[in-house]
Design a protein around this ligand. Structure first.
Ligand code: UDP
Length: 320
């Protein structure tokens, strides 16, 4: 059993990862500054004997001793705002500087902790590093098409810098680190107000408000259920031969945003109207992961289909 440090532990994917690692028998130290994560996500975890929590912004210089003297075997560095919706108070658009810092200096700090402890590292990058992709589906070998000064650039370039920093430590110091490019992920404990498409559509459908498609809804995304994502993160960390590798994790079942709106409307039996609003700046037209590498090297693929996952998520949203 391992001693694990997770940054972004109060976030959506982070809190699911903590739960899974604890139930697998590992000891977990969670770190978060609650910028976009939420204390409620941790409420049932704080009582668990093998879990401890440290409130810390990992972008700010801090002493490695903060994490105690027990050797940390594994570090999952997830901390970062992640929603692009400019209307949401929790988006990376609302926190542009913090987003750049946590992925650059924050990543540097966590890599220094890993170097000190001899830990293995998993850095969660994003499909956003592909920008508005000129090829689809996106393979890990695709370099992307990012606007370096556009509204999304704080996240895209932050993640690209983070990836480069991780590879710097792998090459210079032989650190055992891997990079995951997370594609759209959804499920219970998503932030209700983060402005992402799945949470917006479900919220709107459940109360009979207009469901807001940005643009004409022909843009595509692919939606991965959170339990599948967590399984992929764990496999990437524990599989031999993943050092220095980059993996796309996501569900390759590509859907248009209009199809998603219609599906959520059907599953919630909602009487909401589906309406169109302005498309945000630099909104990618297509997003679909090529997951051949994760399938081959990690034996991983999503098991929960979009309909089934949305049903579980809708059930959760009815309770919050
Ligand atoms: N979107 C939408 N209505 C909403 C929220 C988002 O049509 O209420 C669109 C958004 O413009 C994008 C897609 O849904 O094309 C996915 O948006 P999200 O914010 O979930 O994540 P992204 O993949 O853009 O990072």
């Amino acid at each position: 059993m391992s001693s694990v440090l997770i940054t972004g532990a109060a976030g959506f994917i982070g809190s699911h990862l903590v739960k899974r690692l604890l139930s697998d028998g590992h000891s977990v130290i969670g770190v978060d500054n609650f910028l976009t994560g939420s204390k409620e996500n941790l409420s049932e975890l704080l009582e668990k004997p093998n879990f401890s929590f440290i409130e810390q912004d990992v972008s700010v210089p801090h002493d490695v001793s903060l994490y105690g003297s027990t050797k940390i075997d594994l570090i999952f560095h997830l901390a970062s705002p992640a929603s692009p919706n400019k209307n949401s108070p929790k988006s990376y658009i609302a926190y542009p500087i913090e987003t750049l810092l946590v992925n650059s200096i924050g990543t540097y700090h966590m890599l220094l902790v890993a170097k000190e402890h001899g830990s293995s590292v998993l850095y969660t990058s994003s499909s956003e590093i592909y920008g508005d992709p000129a090829e689809s589906p996106q393979k890990e070998t695709y370099f992307g098409n990012v606007n370096p000064t556009g509204i999304r650039s704080v996240y895209d370039e932050g993640k690209r810098f983070g990836e480069a920093m991780v590879m710097g430590f792998v090459r210079k110091h032989g650190l055992n680190a891997r990079i995951i490019r997370i594609f759209n992920t959804y499920g219970p404990y998503m932030q209700k107000d983060d402005g992402r498409v799945v949470s917006n559509f479900i919220n709107q459908a459940l109360v009979g408000q207009n469901m807001t498609i940005y643009g004409d809804g022909s843009q595509t995304r692919s939606f991965c259920y959170v339990d599948d994502m967590v399984e992929g993160l764990i496999r990437a960390m524990f599989t031999e031969g993943s050092k220095g590798e980059v993996f796309n994790l996501g569900n390759p079942d590509e859907r248009t945003i209009r199809e998603l709106a219609e599906l959520v409307k059907k599953l919630t039996q909602s009487s909401s109207d589906i309406v169109n609003q302005d498309l945000p700046e630099d909104d990618p037209k297509r997003r679909c992961p090529d997951i051949t590498k994760a399938q081959t090297m990690l034996g991983w693929g999503p098991k929960i289909g979009v309909e089934q996952g949305l049903e579980k998520t809708i059930r959760y949203f009815k309770t919050v």
